[in-house]
Write a new protein. Structure first.
Length: 754
């Protein structure tokens, strides 16, 4: 097959490759970035069903939060500014409602009982308007934090969007218009914007930015590193050509599958570029050091590359198996990344083992393969490394295991924490806006709870409402809770307005309460009420506003609120947590559990592949040691450096185990060829022989991943950084720990096979 490709099959193959690449390249250029971020949501059926029911009852909870700070906010100038801004926001296409000081209603006592009127007086320029507004805010504490800050300098705007399912660009367009209006008001006050919807929108823009920056930089770094390593333009061009074809094919197929890039799969391009280099490096290195005495150029290509085909196949398979273990995740983005990264690895292998030999065949029979002059230091390094492993294997293993034990301590310090805002760099506008609103107004996140009676009856009895109020009060006492809003806020206002009382109190008996519910049923603002309670009053919503925090804190907070609510409500009621932020919290915890399973599956598949390749249980067990140790080191580094386990970093172990074993396979394959009964000599020849390709490929892999540190998201940065560190740790283990294990695992037996 190889000789046919180097002869009559050369041009037909290149033509077919060019045509398919052009077709898939057209699809790759159409690849878009996901705007909704739905692929990051877990597929837990119960949670998905609960959230769908919640949105069906109460609408979308992904609201935009806007703040306006003005030194004279409650004076005529500031109030008119709030009113003008509210009107412009409300007029935007796609905005369902704007809730602000200008649009909010209060309930007052009228001739016929409770009447609603606007929170702000009709004449904002009147001299007594500021005093009237302050009095209203003092008597309605529920507005503080939601519509105005405690110091009365910052106004809050909650922008409720329409729920246009299937229109991914709708939210982005609305947010763009909101920011356009903010720019118009920027010289009249300080404005900030955040919310789950804004976070998803900005994530999409950051992904586009990262793709535009990281991909060209990856190409430049990889090209320069290959050129420096080989000191040959041919080697760099061949490797980068394979990389380019592999990337185009993978992204084209990804688009054909109907997917858009998301936070996780945005890593596909740099990962594929990095992973597709290794096969080319080993094949070119094999040809480079093939003895010239074998004859014609085609013979040298076959002799230099053919023995590497099987090891390269198994390294590609083990990498793909490690990545494909991510398919057990219930988060679509993680599954997509695992599937197409694995597919990309196999595509790069298929293209590499064919295109590299064909490319070399164009060099002609006069081409000479000379070790580069700049490899003297590398040869010296490999020589000293081989000498060390042969003479001091026990000391090497002692140091490696000691570091692994220390790393074990660090692993116990790893936190499972996903924080969408703090994933961004502190200088990111969204980070600054979120922190400002979180500090000056109510929390920027919300946990949603639905309450219902198990018998299906309406929540209209005094006992129902009293339990809900006790639950609300206890929830407000929880740390990190900034506010809790429900139908109770309206019931309290109606009762006060009807009775003429000054304090906000619940009705004293069932008759008074039923009268309040009759008023609610007849109220003209049904769209507002249905954000808080079902039309038949059978299910109520408690929206708990919490400060900006990660899932490490949010998860126990949810559990504490649930326990408190279940204790107060009793067995006669159901209490269901839901909402977009709750989903993030649950997905983070479930992701970590899945990744533990994913790593175990990845490890098992990789070890099975090694067993099949070498057909030796001893070598399989030996191979396990240098592949587990670097992962332990990386985990310890995460713990000591306080790097959280999140959507990005949770994938490192499953990805790295497939990469780390590549060098092990190449080393063991060369060792078995060199071993003639004297393991010291075999180790020395293997390390100084194949060690060059291992070092170059590992440096290329690590450097390629480290380019991702220029990304916008901390999980992406940490994934790139730690994966590169793990690869270099794996190289150290394959050049030191693996030969040390080989030295100590055999006696010196003449001609004994392994």
């Amino acid at each position: 097959m190889l000789r046919w490709l180097l002869g009559p099959g050369r041009y037909p193959y290149l033509l077919l490759l060019a045509v398919l690449t052009a077709i898939l390249g057209g699809f790759a250029l159409q690849l878009e970035v996901e705007q909704s971020n739905d692929s990051m949501a877990g597929q837990n059926p119960e949670a998905v069903r609960a959230y769908a029911e919640f949105k069906g009852l109460f609408g979308n909870d992904e609201e935009l939060l806007l703040s306006l700070t003005h030194p004279r906010l409650l004076e005529a100038e500031g109030l008119q500014l709030v009113d003008e801004l509210s009107r412009q926001l409300q007029a935007l296409d796609g905005v369902r409602r704007v809730y602000s000081l200008s649009t909010a209603l209060k309930l007052v006592s009228g001739p016929d009982g409770a009447e609603s009127e606007t929170l702000l007086p009709a004449d904002l320029a009147a001299s007594d308007s500021p005093a009237r507004v302050r009095t209203t805010l003092d008597s309605n504490p529920q507005f503080t934090g939601l519509l105005v800050s405690a110091d009365r300098d910052t106004a809050g705007f909650t922008i409720e969007l329409e729920d246009r399912r299937g229109d991914d660009r709708f939210r982005s367009q609305v947010i763009g218009e909101v920011r356009r209006i903010m720019a118009q008001f920027s010289d009249r006050g300080e404005l900030h914007l955040t919310g789950i919807g804004v976070q998803k929108n900005d994530v999409a823009h950051y992904i586009q930015r990262d793709q535009a920056v990281i991909i060209p930089l990856s190409i430049a770094f990889l090209s320069l590193l290959l050129l420096f390593s080989f000191r040959s333009l041919t080697g760099a061009v061949l490797s980068m050509t394979v990389t380019g074809f592999s990337l185009v094919w993978t992204l084209g197929l990804y688009h054909l599958a109907g997917y858009s890039l998301n936070t996780i799969t945005s890593l596909l391009a740099p990962v594929i570029m990095v992973l597709s280099v290794t096969t080319s490096v080993h094949l070119y290195n094999g040809w480079l050091y093939c003895p010239a005495r074998v004859g014609a150029q085609s013979n040298r290509i076959v002799v230099g590359t053919a023995p590497l085909m099987i090891p390269c196949l198994f390294t590609a398979l083990t990498t793909a198996l490690g990545l494909s273990s991510l398919l057990i995740s219930d988060i679509p983005a993680v599954r997509q990344f695992g599937l197409f990264a694995a597919l990309g690895v196999m595509i790069s292998f298929s293209i590499g083992v064919t295109l590299v030999p064909i490319g070399l065949s164009f060099l002609g029979g006069s081409a000479k393969q000379k070790p580069s002059r700049g490899t003297g230091m590398l040869r010296w390094f490999l020589h000293r490394t081989a000498q060390l492993t042969v003479t001091r294997p026990r000391q090497i293993l002692a140091v490696a295991f000691a570091l692994a034990l220390v790393a074990g301590v660090g692993i116990t310090r790893i936190r499972n924490n996903t924080d969408l805002v703090r994933f961004l760099k502190p200088n990111a506008p969204l980070f600054r806006d979120t922190m400002f609103i979180d500090k000056n107004l109510a929390g920027v996140n919300s946990l949603e709870f639905t309450v219902a009676r198990r018998d299906g009856r309406p929540l209209t009895s005094l006992a129902d409402v009293q339990r809900l109020e006790t639950f609300r009060v206890q929830t407000l006492a929880q740390p990190q809770v900034a506010g809790a809003y429900s139908i109770l806020d309206i019931i309290l206002q109606i009762h006060r307005a009807e009775t003429g009382a000054k304090a906000l109190e619940l009705p004293a008996d069932d008759d008074d309460l039923l009268y309040v519910f009759d008023l609610l049923a007849a109220a003209p603002q049904q769209d507002v009420l249905q954000k808080l309670i079902a039309q038949d009053f059978t299910r109520a919503r408690l929206s708990v506003r919490i400060h900006s925090l990660g899932t490490e804190t949010a998860a126990p907070l949810v559990e504490a609120i649930l326990q408190s609510g279940e204790a107060v409500l009793g067995e006669a009621y159901t209490l269901i947590p839901t909402g977009s932020f709750y989903q993030v919290t649950e997905d983070s915890n479930r992701l970590v559990r899945n990744q533990v399973r994913s790593f175990a599956l990845s490890l098992a598949l990789v070890m099975l592949a090694i067993l099949v390749l070498f057909r030796s249980a001893k070598l399989t067990l030996i191979a396990l040691v240098p592949n587990l140790i670097p992962i332990l080191w990386t985990g310890g580094l995460m713990g000591f450096c306080r790097i959280d386990l999140s959507t990005g970093t949770a994938m490192i172990a499953a990805v790295v185990i497939g990469l780390a074993v590549d060098d092990t396979i190449h080393y063991l394959a060369r060792f078995r060829t060199e071993f003639k009964g004297d393991q010291a000599r075999a180790i020395f020849r293997t390390t100084t022989g194949t060690g060059r390709a291992l070092t170059i490929s590992s440096l290329v892999l690590a450097t390629g991943f480290w380019v991702g540190c220029l990304g916008s998201f901390k999980p992406t940065i940490f994934f790139s950084l730690l994966t590169g560190v793990s690869i270099m740790g794996a190289l150290a283990c394959d050049l030191l720990v693996l030969p040390a294990c080989l030295m100590l695992s055999h006696g010196k037996r003449k001609g004994a096979p392994l």
